[in-house]
Design a protein around this ligand. Structure first.
Ligand code: PGA
Length: 253
């Protein structure tokens, strides 16, 4: 049985007061379920990682980073290494979020390097994939997702796949209030699982967790996560409010 995994991507939001308060609220609101029946992570901006880590304290809410750089150290102004993330208590790292791909220009090759660096640094990557609206309209959803998965996972062997999570996030559903229907989500999730069976084997495909992301809210989380191949959510906007995020986490249980 795959344990559901709900992660809150704060993006470029919150501050040194509101961030820890949110994290603490999530930890309190999910005690008894977080870590046991559902994996929970909050993913703040880099600069708030230490204060958020302190705020979740000894709870079972994990902390993740929104990005990573693939070099160990040196002259890479503005970048953050795997060891630095580990040093401040990070467990998870987003790799290839659609805003990094489409706003910041990250290629599949860069995403792959970041994912490999995360694994090498003993961080757990969440590989984000998803098609643009024009790609869906042109019937290219599976082609785009397959390219992103194959390229993103290049060089990752089956034994390492237990440390990887995939997040399917149709770009047209992110921050738009327009969610994929549960049928649309399930269709792509099942496709991804089948693809992982082809690239790796049946046990990798059966065990990997595939989150859905894109305008997940308390009122649609349950029906999405009830689909057989939807193993949790990557939540943006609704993860910024304690009550909404806790309700989504509880919908996973
Ligand atoms: P959203 O963002 O929930 O605000 O649509 C999801 C994401 O980008 O991970």
């Amino acid at each position: 049985m795959r344990k559901p995994f709900v992660a809150g991507n704060w993006k470029m939001n919150m501050d040194s007061q509101t961030g820890p308060a949110l994290a603490q609220g999530v930890a309190e609101g999910t005690s008894g379920v977080a870590g046991d029946s559902v994996t929970v992570a909050v993913i703040p901006p880099f600069v708030y990682l230490p204060v958020v880590q302190a705020a979740v304290g000894s709870s079972k809410v994990a902390v993740g980073a929104q990005d990573i750089y693939f070099e160990e150290k040196g002259a890479f102004t503005g970048e953050i290494s795997p060891a630095m993330l580990k040093d401040v208590g990070c467990t998870y790292v987003l790799c290839g979020h659609s805003e990094r791909r489409h706003v910041l220009g990250e290629t599949d090759e860069i995403v792959n390097k970041k994912l490999l660096a995360s694994l090498a640094g003993e961080l757990l990557p969440i590989l984000c994939v998803g098609e643009l609206l024009e790609e869906r309209d042109a019937g290219q959803t599976e082609q785009v997702v397959e390219r992103q998965i194959r390229a993103g996972l290049a060089g990752v062997d089956a034994a390492k796949m237990a440390q990887v999570t995939i997040a399917y996030e149709p770009v047209w559903a992110i921050g738009t209030g327009r969610t994929a229907t549960r049928e649309q989500a399930q269709e792509v999730h099942a496709f991804i699982r089948k693809l992982l069976g082809e690239i790796y084997d049946a046990s990798v495909a059966a065990e990997i967790r595939i989150q859905y992301g894109g305008s997940v809210k308390p009122d649609n989380a349950k029906e999405l996560m009830n689909e057989p191949d939807v193993d949790g959510c990557l939540v943006g906007g609704a993860s910024l409010k304690v009550d909404d995020f806790v309700a989504i986490i509880k919908a996973a249980v």
